[in-house]
Design a protein around this ligand. Structure first.
Ligand SMILES: Nc1nc2c(c(=O)[nH]1)N[C@H]1C(S)=C(S)[C@@H](COP(=O)(O)O)O[C@H]1N2
Ligand SMILES: [Mo]
Length: 428
């Protein structure tokens, strides 16, 4: 049922093969755009069609004290499963990134990785101890911490195991939520940890800290002192309200750009030490097996990555015509400098528009208009960050790391669109 465009698109508006258009086309809001959108999206009407609906005939209820999404949005949810049916409290729920736009993750949809479920912590009973190689061991509670200067910063958080399926030999037939949904972005409010460390008086030989959570798993990770003094935070707030229980209530360690696992939730103890502790989560887990049997530890920084979230396998194309390709890009090294999009499996590239402002260590939204002619296409996105790091192809990533690395899968993802508009994960 392919209709014809009322006005054919000027060839000058195309920026790469297979229908990728100029990134400024939507901004111009031209008559051309109107005629293109008219192509099967809006309905043309002959007479006034609006009806007086039941909700216009009676007042609705008074607003609830704490609101929840419309009941018609009940499919916009985190999805996930326990990692093993022997341990039902260990698992992950992922953010529905294909159903969101912009850059911020609503608190109820922030991804969650838990090793022993979500603890029910009474903030009045919770304490944070700073000790070890310090002059003055200190203990804080929520109230005393709240008297320190609070800062708010917008940052992404990504699990080191996000996108682990990208290492599989065959492309996993899952959607973008399952494949890449262990990344979220929020405005984290809290106390810069350097202030508390200075008050405790760190021994110059104290080059690392070990942080411990108050949940049953006793998760512990070693973190270099340099990072702690640079931009680490004890976060108390998430998008303006107190942290959600599953994201670390009442306080968590937040390390901008660092592997999710190191961001200890429900943090209760920070001990200054002189060398890494070699805890379970930095030896058995979160170390990366490389080709030749070498394993690397403390792969702290989440490298640059991008992913197209619309279209995605969960979102079937609705017939040929004009689309907006949209997605997320980020880098633990700094900020996104540019994102390029290909519709022909990486042969030709068009520069995407970046939602402003582009922030350091935060999710960045990219968008590009696309005229899909209804024929098969291979969509890819590729980010370049401000340090010049370019997101690798899958082949490059595997060549560098081997197939057993499991963590930090940050290569380019390919979505294959077939003539029926189905979107499928493939390797290009
Ligand atoms: N105390 C504690 N901290 C934790 C975890 C945990 O299970 N317990 N999970 C870690 C992992 S693996 C990740 S990816 C992040 C996830 O943070 P989120 O659940 O708020 O998204 O928290 C980390 N910190
Ligand atoms: Mo994680």
């Amino acid at each position: 049922m392919a209709k014809k465009l009322l006005h054919p698109i000027d060839s000058a508006e195309y920026s790469a093969e297979n229908g990728l258009l100029d990134r400024r086309l939507f901004l111009r809001g031209s008559a051309l755009l109107g005629s293109m959108m008219g192509y099967g999206v809006a309905q043309e009407v002959a007479a006034e069609p609006l009806v007086v609906q039941p909700w216009m005939q009676h007042p609705g209820p008074f607003p609830r004290p704490y609101d929840a999404p419309s009941r018609f949005e009940s499919e916009v949810i985190r999805r996930g499963e326990p990692s093993s049916n022997k341990i039902p409290e260990l698992g992950t729920v992922r953010t529905p990134i294909h159903q969101l736009t912009g850059t911020m993750t609503p608190n109820g949809l922030h991804y969650v990785r838990v090793h022993t479920g979500v603890p029910d912590i009474d903030p009045a009973q919770h304490r944070l101890l700073i000790h070890g190689m310090v002059k003055r061991p200190l203990v804080f509670d929520v109230e005393s911490l709240s008297r320190y200067p609070i800062e708010s910063r917008i940052h992404f958080l990504e699990c080191g195991g996000n996108s682990e399926l990208i290492y599989d030999e065959h492309p996993a037939q899952v959607g973008v939520q399952r494949l890449h949904g262990q990344v979220s972005c929020a405005e984290w409010g809290g106390v810069p940890l350097s202030i508390l460390m200075d008050e405790a008086g760190v021994d110059p030989r104290g080059k690392w800290i070990i942080a411990e959570g108050a949940d049953a798993c006793g998760l512990t990770r070693s973190i270099p002192m340099e990072k702690i003094m640079k931009d680490a935070m004890i976060a108390l707030y998430q998008n303006g309200e107190r942290l959600r229980p599953s994201n670390g209530y009442p306080m968590r360690l937040f390390l901008p750009g660092y592997e999710g696992n190191m961001n200890i939730k429900h943090v209760r103890r920070i001990k200054v030490i002189d060398s890494p502790h070699q805890s379970r989560d930095e030896t058995m887990r979160y170390s990366m097996m490389r080709t030749g049997g070498i394993s690397t530890q403390f792969n702290c920084v989440m490298e640059a990555k991008s992913v197209i979230t619309q279209p995605a396998p969960e979102l079937k194309m609705k017939g040929p015509g004009l689309y907006q390709i949209s997605g997320l890009a980020w880098s633990g090294y700094g900020h996104v400098r540019r994102v390029d999009i290909s519709a022909d499996g990486g042969k030709t590239w068009a520069q995407a528009d970046l939602q402003q402002p582009v922030r350091d260590l935060a999710l960045t939204r990219f968008r590009l208009p696309w005229h899909w002619d209804g024929r098969p296409a291979l969509l890819q996105s590729r980010v370049t960050d401000n340090t010049g790091y370019v997101q690798p192809t899958r082949a490059d990533m595997i060549a560098r790391r081997g197939i057993w690395a499991n963590y930090h899968g940050n290569c380019i993802t390919t979505w294959a669109i077939d003539a029926n508009g189905e979107v499928k994960h493939v390797y290009a």
